[in-house]
Design a protein around this ligand. Structure first.
Ligand code: G
Ligand code: G
Ligand code: MN
Ligand code: NA
Length: 250
């Protein structure tokens, strides 16, 4: 298709970009790291969402090539941040079915010169379900090298609690579907409260996604949630704007 060809071409010509969104400590707003988010603006097609082009690359069998370009760019940017800041990067489900993934990631990091302990990989419940054994091995291998694993979009997949028991994660990201209604919907508040308590018990870090207002942030702090992310703290921004953002804070 035209879209597929345009995307393949964008990968080759280095036209796919990475933006960064801050992840902060809720207590004091300190930046702890950034999530990398792919961005592509095509000459003819204009803005194409990663929720369109990532699944396309998966379907057409070139998610590896796309992801390698993105991770390589993201790692290069992270090199110029303060050393204590982590880089969080999304892995797609197809990558968790491919036994070569850990090797690809580690060698991309090595080439960029970014230590594996600075990388966190965001994976979804659906992704670990589809190919559990392979996913398990990839996760174990990467963690052994110091890479951390976050369970993304928590609460929206299936058998969430079973995943937490059977897999080893470092962090849970509460889906914005719960966070966005936390000040208006009692059920959402109770669910978030329960997730935070459960993660404390399991010694998992917790990030609330999609924080858009001061009121959201205050409520999450009161519920004991450790970290947050969302437009209230910062929208995804390009490498240069991310530098400026960091310079204003350090
Ligand atoms: O940034 P935005 O909210 O538009 O992202 C839409 C979706 O695309 C999200 O589910 C996000 O996780 C996914 N996404 C963004 N960047 C990447 C990437 O680099 N790799 C993968 N696999 N998914 C990404
Ligand atoms: O699936 P994942 O959690 O990786 O996707 C992150 C998506 O959420 C990105 O597309 C990002 O642009 C979007 N996002 C980040 N912060 C906010 C927010 O505060 N509100 C909304 N509506 N979307 C957000
Ligand atoms: Mn994510
Ligand atoms: Na998410």
């Amino acid at each position: 298709t035209h879209l597929e060809q345009a995307l393949r071409n964008a990968i080759i010509t280095d036209a796919v970009e990475v933006y960064f969104q801050p992840i902060v400590r809720l207590q004091d707003g300190a930046v702890l790291g950034f999530e990398a988010l792919a961005r592509w603006i095509d000459h003819d097609l204009g803005f194409v969402s990663p929720s369109v082009f990532v699944p396309l690359a998966e379907e057409r069998g070139f998610i590896d090539a796309l992801s390698e370009v993105l991770l390589s760019k993201a790692a290069e940017a992270a090199l110029s941040w303060p050393q204590e800041l982590f880089l969080s990067f999304n892995l797609s489900s197809a990558q968790l079915m491919d036994p070569g993934t850990s090797e690809t990631i580690l060698s991309t990091l090595a080439r960029a010169g970014l230590g594996p302990h600075r990388l966190e990989l965001e994976i979804t419940e659906t992704a670990v379900m589809t190919s559990a054994d392979t996913a398990q091995r990839i996760i174990a291998d990467l963690r052994q090298h110091g890479v951390k694993i976050s369970l993304d979009d928590f609460g929206t997949g299936q058998s969430s609690l079973g995943r937490l028991r059977d897999f080893t994660f470092d962090k849970v990201k509460i889906d914005r579907a719960f966070v966005s209604q936390i000040t208006t919907d009692r059920a959402s508040e109770h669910i978030v409260k329960a997730i935070v308590a459960m993660c404390d018990g399991l010694e998992l870090q917790v990030v609330a996604e999609g924080i858009e207002t001061h009121e959201d942030a205050e409520k999450l702090k009161a519920l004991g949630c450790g970290m947050g992310q969302g437009y209230y703290y910062g929208k995804p921004a390009d490498t240069a704007a991310t530098h400026t953002y960091l310079r204003s804070r350090y």
